[in-house]
Design a protein around this ligand. Structure first.
Ligand code: PLP
Length: 371
């Protein structure tokens, strides 16, 4: 063992997941894998390079800095920067050939000015706010058409929106948003503006086959990493199965015996009701173990499911190994794996599975296998 805590990432599995998604949406729909937030904890550079090599034409990130990191890692695919860029990032957007998403008419004018002084044509995608109420252009179609006609130096390569309730199949919001997007698109089309790419869907509407939301491009994040977003309401059956690509482990640093009545950790939140044996793992909330798992999470050592006891500390987590003779210092404990994955941990912690993945911190070494 070479690490205190590490994740083993199967790049091959991520590529298989990409292919499964591509098969589901069909050849006419571009799949743009979302590799923001360090590729949901899997390591953006390695994952992006591997998707690039596997033939992905587009990758999506949130920030300019994330896009720059991928260009510097040698990624050749087009890179969509979805989280807007600030004035100090303009230079990097242009020099690293990133494609920004524009979220307002004012930003479109700024970008057109930037494009007019650039030696090559700059392109962008335009996001319409159809109900998310966060980023996205809120102008009327007429205002938008006018602004696009004036932005003569910018190439409008894509039109997009983002769903607010994508996994809630009891809500009418997604179909309302699809309709609003369709109306915008039709208005632009009748004005002769036809961006080649249109996209709305993240993992939920892809996984559940909500074809009306696919346009000709989709943006899977969670699904690419092997998890269908937990759905509520009357969800249509899953159209695509992907498999988790990551196993998270931590070393046992210490095993100790406690007498009945001894307590464990901050706030003495757990107390031994009988003689007990505790293993201390080299992983804590700074590494991404949810503090919500105090006295309710579990880890696996030697095939045994063992309960987390007491508070999760910043750097350490304790488990009750009284029933498991195999927990010795140096043994590996599995926090996430085939038996207990990020969706299961998220459920126990009362958080979204994306939270589990993207909280995995810098001290968690990423180890890659081709398999
Ligand atoms: C993060 C993000 C996605 C991917 O979301 P998942 O539900 O994880 O697939 C897609 N589109 C936008 C705009 C995002 O910010």
């Amino acid at each position: 063992m070479l690490y205190r805590t590490w994740v083993e990432v199967s790049l091959d599995r991520i590529v298989k997941n990409l292919r499964a998604i591509q098969r589901t949406v069909g050849r006419d729909v571009v799949v743009s894998p979302v590799v923001k937030a360090n590729a949901y904890g899997h390591g953006a550079r390695m994952v992006a390079r591997c998707l690039d090599a596997a033939g992905a034409h587009w990758l999506a990130v949130s920030t300019t800095e994330e896009g720059v990191e991928l260009r510097d890692a040698g990624v050749r695919a087009d890179i969509l920067v979805m989280g807007d860029f600030l004035p100090f990032e303009e230079e990097a957007v242009v020099s690293h050939r990133l494609t920004p998403v524009i979220h307002s008419l004012a930003r479109l004018r700024d970008y057109d000015r930037l494009a007019s002084s650039s030696s090559r044509q700059l392109s962008c995608h335009l996001k319409i706010d159809t109900g998310m109420g966060r980023l996205g252009c809120r102008a009327t179609a007429a205002e938008l058409i006018d602004a696009l006609r004036q932005a003569r130096h910018v190439k409008l390569e894509g039109l997009m929106t983002h769903f607010a309730s994508a996994s809630d199949f009891g809500s009418p919001q997604t179909s309302d948003q699809i309709a609003a997007f369709g109306a915008f698109r039709a208005a632009l089309r009748s004005a002769g503006i036809t961006p080649p790419l249109t996209h709305l869907a993240s993992s939920g509407p892809i996984a559940h086959g909500l074809q009306a939301s696919w346009g000709n491009m989709v943006r899977p994040g969670l699904l690419l990493y092997g998890y269908a977003p937990p759905a509520s309401g009357n969800a249509p059956r899953l159209m695509v199965t992907t498999v988790p690509a990551l196993t998270w482990k931590a070393a046992v640093v210490e095993v100790r015996d406690l007498a009945a009545g001894d307590s464990v950790g901050y706030g003495a939140r757990w107390r031994a009701s009988r003689a007990a044996r505790i293993a201390v793992l080299a992983v804590g909330y700074a590494d991404g173990v949810p503090p919500e798992l105090a006295n309710r999470g579990k880890v696996i050592i030697g095939g045994h499911e063992l309960p987390i006891v007491g508070a999760v500390s910043m750097d350490l987590t304790c488990v009750d190994v009284t029933e498991c003779a195999c927990a010795r210092p140096g043994a590996a404990a599995t926090l996430l794996g085939p038996v207990y994955d990020a969706v299961a941990m998220a459920r126990d912690a009362g958080v979204d599975p994306r939270t589990i993945l993207c909280r995995m911190g810098r001290r968690v070494s990423r180890v890659y296998s081709a398999q």
